[in-house]
Design a binder for this molecule. Sequence first.
Ligand SMILES: [Zn+2]
Length: 334
Amino acid sequence: MSTDRAPASIYDREVRAVDGPEQVTPSCEICGAERSRAVLQVEGIDSPIVCCAGCGLGRYRPMLADEEIQSFYPEDYYGEPGTKFRPLLERAVRAVAARHIAFLCGGLPRDAAILDVGCGRGVLLSPLADRGYRVFGVEANERAVQGADPRAQIRIATRLSEAGFEPESFDLIVIWHVLEHMVDPFDAMSACARMLKTGGRLIVAVPNYGSWQARWSGKDWFHLDPPRHLYHFPCSALEKLCEKHGLTVASSHHFSLRQNPFGWIQSALNRFGRRPVGELYTRLHQNPGRPVPLGQRLSAWATLAVLAPFAIALSVVAAWARSGATVHVVAVKR
Ligand SMILES: [Zn+2]
């Protein structure tokens, strides 16, 4: 790992657009193509992000070592036990998460078993447990589960196939903005296909690397989340990956009030030179080690309030055109 300068925070990595020549690479796990080209270079990371010539999947190539990836998640990444955001935002995040529940568990049997992959503090699992479901979680990092709901049976594993769950044991598996952080998302998808009961559902949410927002903002795209996102999935590539593992795509959803409008705002601020990159997010984010002055916090909320109507309108149009900045795909095991 080469570090020219230590970034001031984990949200402060410059990304450079590069225009690499098309090169022969090992065959893509999604589409089988053997050609890709370097498109982005993240500050402090040796491997470029390359884009598959077949399906458009973005990824570090070569993939980073586990120790380097671990260094992207410092102590304060997960916030205080049970909280990640400033209290007001945390309440909103939990309220939105609770609203998801009705969508997630629609049509499930009463005693359904649900697995949340990358469950963190159990924001998703608590309201599911309230409804009487049996809830399970997997998390790569022990620190991330501190303060999690004790009703959730959580296992710690870096690769999903190593978590030790039995085949055909779940009615629903949720991978909510986690697949792109995984060192081996292909292992995860094959493990999901194995662990789901026949007719069981997988719901996967990712940033959409093929979206208008991603293409318009390029290296400044908020949802690139450098350096932590190891893969960048176009929605079509994710759908193809599901099908490849025996999961029939039932629907793909392109609107997220929680993710997409904010992505437009922060990407635009990044693109038009407001530095440091990701500044707005940082100012809204709970970080006990680096308190944000009141004036900066107020200006962050004011910026959000002024730009939100435009960003929401753009997100609605993008969703209508099936080009949402983040997407979630529902797939059923055949
Ligand atoms: Zn591909």
